[in-house]
Design a protein around this ligand. Structure first.
Ligand code: AMP
Ligand code: ZN
Length: 112
């Protein structure tokens, strides 16, 4: 999608702090981090969110990328949280599917 910021980041049209990528997925640091580790995992193809008929192969690639990100960022053993804000009530602001990977701190219980 031509005016989508995450399409541009994932396809190298604008610079980012890239953590991991493969043919289907890119992972880069959130510009407004909410934890010591805060990385966004996105598909290179544009999907609005998790309910946008995302192919199983893409979801599997995203899951693989989550593990790679956790390993690279050093939180694979300590633990981390994966969040997919979906739609208005969840506060989704960027309408390109993304999973937040948050870690590096002991997270309190709240909504989760
Ligand atoms: P969400 O509320 O789930 O839609 O979250 C969107 C996230 O994208 C927020 O945490 C923003 O800080 C982050 N974000 C928006 N634009 C950029 C960007 N250009 N580079 C990195 N992170 C971004
Ligand atoms: Zn997009």
């Amino acid at each position: 999608m031509s005016d989508c910021i995450f399409c541009k980041i994932a396809n190298h049209e604008i610079p980012t702090s890239l953590v991991y990528e493969d043919d289907l997925v890119a992972a880069f640091r959130d510009m407004n981090p909410q934890a010591p580790v805060h990385v966004l995992v996105v598909p290179k193809e544009h999907y609005t969110n998790i309910v946008d008929e995302v192919p199983a192969q893409t979801l599997a690639a995203m899951a693989h990328a989550v593990k790679e990100v956790a390993r690279i960022e050093g939180v694979l053993e300590s633990g981390f949280r994966v969040i997919a804000n979906t739609g208005e009530d969840a506060g989704q602001t960027v309408h390109h599917l993304h999973w937040h990977v948050l870690g590096g701190v002991h997270m309190s219980e709240g909504m989760l």
